[in-house]
Write a protein that binds this ligand. Sequence first.
Ligand code: ADP
Ligand code: MG
Length: 248
Amino acid sequence: MSTPTSPAMIKAAGVNKFFGDLHVLKDINLEVPRGQVVVVLGPSGSGKSTLCRAINRLEPINSGEISVDGQPLPAEGKALAALRAEVGMVFQSFNLFAHKTIVENVMLAPVKVRKLGQDEARRTAMELLERVGIANQAQKYPAQLSGGQQQRAAIARALAMKPKVMLFDEPTSALDPEMVQEVLDTMTGLAKDGMTMLVVTHEMGFARRAANRVVFMSDGEIVEDASPDEFFTKPKSDRAKDFLGKIL
Ligand code: ADP
Ligand code: MG
């Protein structure tokens, strides 16, 4: 676990979030040490996406503190943009730019935000596309790729900013079943390379194999925080037992 000399890579302390009267994150406390892979499970509407969005400050919080690599997330401005660049996010929908090629999609943010030169950005983008196994698709447009390939491109695009942390919010939920594994394999590769990852997924096989830890959310709360083995074989709460009963 984390030591005083290595602060948690992601830390949420006493985080509360409301949408109007709806209390969607209830006193969330979560520390993810460097290199750890945490899978977040929970029923629909339990606050998983809101938690991801809060960590990336796509969603403001009402109270509490979130820090990434020991740096509290500023509310806005340049400092926020810089810190947000350290957190890569991959969504269910790939959100690639349709009118740009795959390699251009991956180059875009490094050129715009990191002010990288075209040549260096292209070289880095090609390395990343190689890493996610779609270098041969680099000159195509998103619509010419399968869903799995597009999601791998979205992962490469997030990695292009050299993030310290990667957040995945149901990255395989929109994919045809035969494409799920190639995306999970890409994520497993990242985990093996030591990336700190927070992964919202319903893929229990991935949770069992690739996660160091499972966080189970229900109704805005973290109800269980355990090793995958513990969580799947000995869930403590009725809510977790009920959830597992429905999905396994
Ligand atoms: P999950 O990802 O676990 O399905 P979400 O974080 O998306 O859950 O949603 C948690 C709760 O917050 C749900 O009740 C949802 O309806 C509500 N919610 C999410 N986004 C908004 C929003 N922009 N405005 C109002 N309510 C929202
Ligand atoms: Mg969600």
